[in-house]
Design a binder for this molecule. Structure first.
Ligand code: NI
Length: 180
């Protein structure tokens, strides 16, 4: 499975596929979740969706804990309701150079399954809510930069190109960005 662990990067068209629902809750699914967690931790992200490592399967992993020891796995995740709005400052492991503000639902209700197929029903707010929404978008072939008007996206890409040349490619102080 090691050779499958390529982290796909924008504009790779495979990131645009709609992933398929999981029907078999077997050892292969658990192994895929473990691989996803490994890639997520190694890349220092707080979330990862299976299609990002070229598995068009509806499964996401998340760890928003400070100590990086509270992995969450959601199979076939689906929002059943949402409330309010929030602006989140996001980045994505598959779009490494861009950080920007995206509008998300503030709180959500999530229906999903565990690796054994049992049902999960949770309410989430704050960072967990944002992270879940970002990862579910990946399952639908959607990236966070799709929310940015194209003119602004062009400007962002130019800025990033300039920043790279300046070698001082750091986020401004005092900003917290979620890389998901
Ligand atoms: Ni992402």
């Amino acid at each position: 499975m090691e050779q499958d662990l390529e982290l796909l990067q924008f504009p790779d068209e495979r990131l645009r596929k709609v992933s398929k629902p999981v029907e078999r809750f077997d050892a292969g699914l658990t192994a895929l979740a473990e691989s996803m967690l490994r890639v997520m931790y190694e890349s220092k992200g707080i979330g990862l969706a299976a299609p990002q490592i070229n598995h068009p399967t509806r499964m996401i992993v998340i760890d928003i804990s400070e100590d990086r020891n509270s992995p969450l796995v959601f199979v076939n995740p689906k929002l059943t309701s949402f409330k309010g709005n929030v602006e989140s400052n996001e980045g994505c492991l598959s779009v490494p150079e861009i950080r920007t503000i995206v509008k998300r639902h503030k709180t959500i209700s999530l229906l999903a399954q565990n690796l054994d197929g049992s049902k999960i029903n949770i309410e989430a707010g704050d960072l967990l809510s944002i992270c879940i929404q970002h990862e579910i978008d990946h399952l639908d072939g959607k990236l966070f930069i799709d929310y940015i008007p194209s003119i602004k996206l062009q400007r962002l890409r130019k800025q990033i190109a300039k920043q790279k040349k300046l070698s001082n490619n750091q986020a401004p102080q005092g900003t917290t960005v979620s890389i998901v």
